[in-house]
Write a protein that binds this ligand. Structure first.
Ligand code: PEP
Length: 251
């Protein structure tokens, strides 16, 4: 039995004041969210405030990136230890926006996953194909490559505790949600690739679907056998729409 995880990715949205308003609106809406893990992936400047405000609730706070090195001459970057020191729970790695706009590579992601694990941070690794890659029939080869390279340094125990988000790039922020069939097929394929590395880990690893998840399509996606939750962008910015998606994950 895999615990469902609904994680909101705020991207570059919300000042500290706005994040405080969000969390005060969200927490009272989560009274019936038993059995669901909830995460918010927030800008660096909101981390401390959200850790403090969410303490004792079911909401766990994630960063949206980190550097793989423990410290050093990497202007503008932050390390895993800087996150754990302020009780951040985890980190999202390899979001397609970081891959596209900030040249995030699978090799660096493998090192980031290792560094996150060593520091005790939970990690969500994002993978997914572009529209052109899907049209060219390359979805599985893209996912296979991203997983082979990204997971290269993790042992079976780390793999079992990892979260992988399948986020087709063409569905992110576009309103063009994957069909249930497309989402299930890709998430089952991801699980099969984890099984190639370790069969037991493949049963435990949680796989999220991400890409235009909204309150009205969440239930169908979350009911799929290989979908263990959702990574939610736009609909995670308002407490009501985010809470409705969390509600769809309650069994
Ligand atoms: C995301 O940012 O990871 C995402 C899935 O965005 P949206 O839900 O807005 O498509």
């Amino acid at each position: 039995m895999r615990t469902p995880l609904i994680a909101g990715n705020w991207k570059m949205h919300k000042t500290v004041a706005q994040s405080e308003r969000f969390i005060s609106g969200l927490l009272p809406l989560l009274y019936a969210a038993d059995g669901v893990e909830v995460g918010i992936c927030v800008p660096y400047t909101d981390l401390q405030a959200m850790v403090d405000s969410a303490r004792g609730s079911r909401v766990e706070v994630y960063a949206q990136n980190m550097h793989e090195a423990p410290e050093g001459a990497f202007t503008g970057e932050i390390s895993a230890e800087m996150l754990t020191e302020i009780d951040v729970h985890g980190v999202v790695l390899g979001h397609s926006e970081r891959r596209e706009f900030f040249n995030e590579t699978d090799t660096a992601l493998a090192e980031k996953l290792l560094a996150a694990r060593a520091a005790g941070l939970a990690a969500i690794l994002c993978v997914g194909e572009t529209e052109d890659q899907r049209t060219d029939g390359a979805t599985e080869s893209v996912l296979k490559r991203q997983l082979e390279r990204g997971l290269a340094l993790l042992d079976a125990e780390a793999l079992a505790e990892l979260v992988i988000a399948y986020e087709p790039v063409w569905a992110i922020g576009t309103g063009a949600v994957a069909t249930a069939e497309q989402a299930q097929e890709a998430c089952a394929f991801i699980r099969s690739r984890v099984a190639v590395i370790d069969a037991a880990a493949a049963e435990s690893v949680r796989i999220l679907y991400g890409g235009s998840v909204k309150a009205d399509n969440a239930a169908e996606l979350l009911a799929l056998p290989d979908v263990d939750g959702a990574l939610v962008g736009g609909a995670s910015l308002e407490p009501e729409s985010f809470a409705a998606i969390i509600g769809a994950a309650v069994s």
